[in-house]
Design a protein around this ligand. Structure first.
Ligand code: NAD
Length: 547
């Protein structure tokens, strides 16, 4: 058993300043047992997404952060601390590069070989950048997705059945997101431990062991048009075809197993979680073959449900590409949730934003909620979200709030936060970061940048520019990762965290740091030819207006 120190709370510093302390707490928070999916393996979420490469790397990183001066920068190479450089006070305190391979060699097979040699580690997106805050982090994107689907039914999922699978780190946002839209969710999950965890944390209402029980519970709720979430213990590759065989076509169908990683993320039909773990070690080739066969059955059922009228989409896990690899040639008839439901937000620079109370005190988050609601009193969508979050979203680890904000909202919000820390209205500084499901800091041709207007899906310069700009504007931690979400070879993400410590130094650069994400989102989509982004770029004086 590894000893992972608890996340420090309160005002006592372990590091030489709040900038370093904030990142130190974010790292430990991402490995907190209420936050991470498997902290003993250092796995945070998303299949095998790790915060650090191994236990010695964790110990060395914590030690390096404790002794890091305010004019030095710590370098992390795929989960391992490699150097501290003398830089300057306005430079990032930590720079992270995760899971990169030179493009010609960027395949899972090469990656696993190198990982076995101890040379790299799989960092997902927010795992390796220490910005993960639990299922809440992806809840708004998932809720916006189901709300987009609800538009097909007049704006609500009341009386509608949603079928999905996977109740892992991010997948567990699904049942709550369906309920938020008034619908009934059956979510298939192969691991009983995950199901118990989601019941305990209120992300899911009830659990059953058979499809008959699930359908009976769902039937009652659908008749009464009341929201309900049901976790069904089983394998998606069995349950989807079984529903089809019974002639049951849900209104909405998707999936959020960690299918991007055939070896670590998808459990083949016929194996328990324990048997899967054993086979994975003993015969990885056979495991991958069985996982692919199961995914093909799973996706074949989804395609047939689509033909029979269901709204079917992929939820960011590369399921379609795996099915294609397994021989399902029409897998891409299924669209991506990102193009269907999130692109319009990205075009406008609206996107993920989250803040974490480094004090460890929930009261700090409630104080920020109140200030936010006062500052943006006219924003009804924001008000609804914060009120819902207060009632239904449990804190995991350090208290945090995730909330998508528009371009114009970031600067006043940042100013407000820094003033609150400075005046002592909050017990301690706050970290601001975001999800890496984002408009301007991601290149992911099977997700955020699928089917771009100008065909620039695979152009990967944008996240690189985003990371460089975050370093230039003085974010506290800047990261650039490969393979998050959809897997090695398929995506590039940039991440950032800034510690709002109430100081004049931070006040002077916060506005620039927080403008990078929404501005890059608008510029990226304007450059690709989206009219709404071009207009916004012109209105806000962003970009050079040459596209
Ligand atoms: P996770 O590894 O924590 O959870 C995956 C879950 O799927 C596990 O609980 C596992 O037991 C279950 N599972 C695996 N095979 C199954 C099967 N055949 N039938 C039923 N259940 C099965 O992963 P996560 O953090 O929940 O992420 C899920 C996927 O979403 C990943 O591929 C991730 O990269 C992707 N992702 C999505 C978003 C988004 O916002 N939509 C963002 C980032 C990543």
């Amino acid at each position: 058993m590894y000893h992972i120190p608890p996340t420090p709370h309160g005002l006592e510093l372990n590091c030489k300043g709040w900038q370093q302390e904030g990142i130190y707490r974010m790292l430990l928070n991402s490995l907190d047992e209420d936050v991470a999916e498997n902290p003993q393996e250092l796995v945070v979420y998303g299949g095998a997404g790790k915060a650090v490469r191994d236990y010695p790397a964790l110990v060395n990183t914590l030690r390096a952060l404790r002794s890091l001066d305010g004019d030095e920068t710590l370098l992390i190479q795929s989960g391992k601390p490699v150097a501290v450089f003398q830089t300057q006070p306005l430079a990032p305190r930590v720079i992270i590069s995760s899971s990169w391979l030179v493009p010609h060699w960027a395949t899972w097979e090469v990656f696993w070989e190198l990982e076995k040699e101890g040379l790299t580690s799989y960092g997902q997106a927010t795992a390796s950048s220490w910005a993960y805050i639990g299922a809440q982090g992806t809840l708004q994107a998932t809720a916006d997705t189901f709300s987009g689907a609800a538009e097909e039914f007049g704006g609500s999922l009341a009386g509608r059945l949603v079928l999905s699978s996977g109740l892992g780190g991010l997948g567990s946002a699904q049942p709550l997101a369906v309920e938020m839209n008034g619908g009934v969710a059956i979510i298939v999950e192969v691991d009983e431990v995950k199901i118990r965890r989601r019941l305990r944390t209120n992300y899911c209402q009830i659990a059953v062991n058979t499809l008959d029980e699930a359908l009976a519970e769902a039937g009652e709720a659908l008749k009464k048009k009341v929201p309900l979430s049901i976790a069904l213990h089983g394998n998606a590759a069995d349950v989807y075809p079984e529903m089809l065989a019974r002639g049951i076509i849900p209104d909405v169908v998707t999936d959020q197993t960690a299918a991007h990683d055939l070896l670590e993320g998808y459990v083949p039909s016929g194996l328990s979680v324990g048997e899967a773990a054993k086979l994975r070690k003993e015969d990885p080739c056979l495991y991958i073959q069985l996982a692919l066969e199961s995914i093909c059955r799973h996706v074949t059922a989804m395609l047939e449900m689509k033909r029979r009228g269901a709204i079917v989409f992929e939820l960011g896990n590369n399921l379609r590409e795996q099915a294609l690899r397994g021989g399902i040639e029409d897998a891409f008839i299924i669209p991506s949730y990102s193009t269907l439901y999130l692109r319009s937000s990205f075009c406008k620079g609206r996107g993920s934003f989250r803040w974490i109370a480094l004090s460890g005190e929930p009261a700090d988050i409630y104080r920020i909620d109140n200030a936010l609601l006062k500052e943006f009193a006219h924003d009804k969508q924001l008000k609804r979200w914060i009120e819902f979050a207060q009632q239904r979203i449990p804190f995991q680890g350090l208290p945090a709030r995730a909330c998508w904000l528009q371009y114009e909202q970031r600067e006043p919000f940042a100013r407000l936060l820094n003033e609150m820390v400075q005046k002592g209205s909050l017990k301690a500084p706050v970290a601001i970061t975001r999800c890496q499901l984002d408009g301007g800091s991601v290149s992911s041709p099977l997700r955020e940048t699928e089917s771009m207007l100008d065909g620039s899906d695979a152009i990967a310069d944008w996240p690189v520019l985003s990371a460089l700009l975050h370093a230039a504007t003085g974010a506290t931690c800047v990261s650039l990762s490969h393979g998050g979400g959809v897997g090695i070879g398929y995506s590039v993400h940039a991440g950032m965290t800034v510690v709002v410590d109430g100081s004049v130094e931070i006040a002077n650069r916060l506005e620039q740091v927080l403008m990078v994400d929404p501005a890059m989102s608008i510029i990226r989509f304007a450059d690709a030819g989206y009219d709404v982004s071009k207009k916004l770029a012109a209105t806000h004086g962003l970009g050079l207006g040459t596209s």
